[in-house]
Design a protein around this ligand. Structure first.
Ligand code: AMP
Ligand code: ZN
Length: 117
């Protein structure tokens, strides 16, 4: 655990979160500042900063995370689809440096992926 990491603190129960799923390796909770009617974050419990910091040792948990994204989305009733975003680093717009996948959904389409150049 990284002592100054906000998502590690959520994993440790030191900061509250509205949890939607938890197992030994993963935690999912509602984003505190939602960008869509449904906005959930899925994180590995073990701290890793971003996809840029992953190697082969992270393959199993990353695979498990993305399988669980679909299951969590189904559990949230996102039957018409959803968007999954993983921001990486400064250019990717990452704000919290503990790897997380955003699940965004709602009754309406969530909008364009990015503004085209
Ligand atoms: P990113 O820009 O991909 O790093 O996204 C970080 C996300 O974490 C943002 O959507 C924030 O609203 C969200 N966030 C920050 N702090 C918390 C918190 N304590 N509980 C839930 N979500 C949070
Ligand atoms: Zn962390």
């Amino acid at each position: 655990m990284m002592s100054d990491c906000i998502f590690c603190k959520i994993v440790e129960g030191k900061i509250p979160a509205k949890k939607v799923y938890e197992d030994d390796d993963l935690l999912a909770f509602h984003d505190i500042n939602p960008a869509a009617p449904v906005h959930v974050l899925v994180i590995p419990k073990q701290h890793v900063e971003s996809l840029a910091d992953c190697d082969a040792s992270h393959a199993a948990v990353l695979g498990k995370l993305f399988v669980k994204v679909g299951e969590i989305a189904a559990g949230l009733g996102l039957n018409d689809g959803f968007r999954t975003i993983v921001n990486t680093g400064r250019v990717g717009g990452q704000e919290v440096y503990h790897l997380h996948a955003h699940i965004l959904g709602g009754p309406q389409p969530v909008g364009p992926l990015v503004t085209r150049v």
